[in-house]
Write a protein that binds this ligand. Structure first.
Ligand SMILES: *Cc1c(COP(=O)(O)O)cnc(C)c1O
Length: 223
């Protein structure tokens, strides 16, 4: 077994106090999550609804689960009772469904808006202009059971650290723009979820408040 405790503490020791760790446990067994839990880690990220459900049912109840993958609207109802944050929200349609299912469960669900900034072709994530437009249209203001807590993005998959840093900077200045225009008086709009195993050390110097690290802690995933 991978030395989860050692790896976890190595990441935690690298994080400034204001940056939180979401331990990405997708495709890893409960034993790995328990090893991190026993070291005090409470926030975990998963990307598949069925796998998450099994883990929620069998692991401690005080874990905060973040949904980090692409979420189909027809799956929202399954995670709505317990999900702590949905990180990859990239359409008004998905926001409306989250709102509806959150209301059914008498709760407010925290979400992040997912940006597409990386150079790779990606099916998911809002371009900056799409995100501006979504916010300008204003319908999101009526969704009382959804709380927009900030932004999430993935940098390009590249060895070029300058490019990665530039992408984080772009996301960070976009965060400031959106914050000033729409959320200036909303202290809960504060999260910038960027940085993964390969680039979290860069991310923490470029505005990240939340890193999503999987492989570095738990080892390679077996799909
Ligand atoms: C899998 C995943 C991660 C974790 O990636 P690692 O390289 O294993 O740290 C982070 N964010 C998202 C959105 C993911 O899907």
């Amino acid at each position: 077994m991978v030395d989860v405790a050692k790896n976890l503490h190595e990441v935690l020791n690298n994080l400034p106090e204001k940056v939180r760790l979401v331990a990405i446990s997708k495709f890893h067994p409960n034993e790995y999550i328990e090893a991190a839990y026993n070291e005090g880690q409470r926030v975990f990220g998963e990307s598949h609804e069925q796998e998450l459900k099994k883990k929620v049912e069998t692991l401690p109840k005080d874990i905060e689960w973040h949904f980090i993958g692409h979420l189909q609207t027809n799956k929202v109802k399954y995670i709505a009772p317990y999900i702590s944050m949905i990180e990859a929200c990239d359409s008004l349609k998905l926001m409306k469904e989250i709102n509806k299912q959150a209301a059914k469960n008498n709760r407010v669900i925290k979400i992040l808006l997912e940006l597409h900034i990386a150079e790779e072709e990606a099916k998911y994530g809002l371009t900056l202009d799409e995100c501006r437009q979504l916010l300008a249209e204003g319908e999101w203001r009526e969704l009382k059971n959804v709380q927009i807590c900030g932004l999430m993005m993935m940098a390009s998959f590249t060895d070029n650290e300058q490019q990665i840093a530039n992408e984080f900077d772009l996301a960070n200045s976009f965060f400031n723009e959106i914050k000033a225009e729409y959320f200036a008086n909303d202290s809960s709009f504060c999260e910038r979820s960027w940085g993964m195993s390969n680039d979290y050390k860069i991310a923490i110097h470029h505005g990240s408040t939340m890193v999503r690290v999987g492989t570095f802690i738990f080892g390679p995933r077996v799909y």
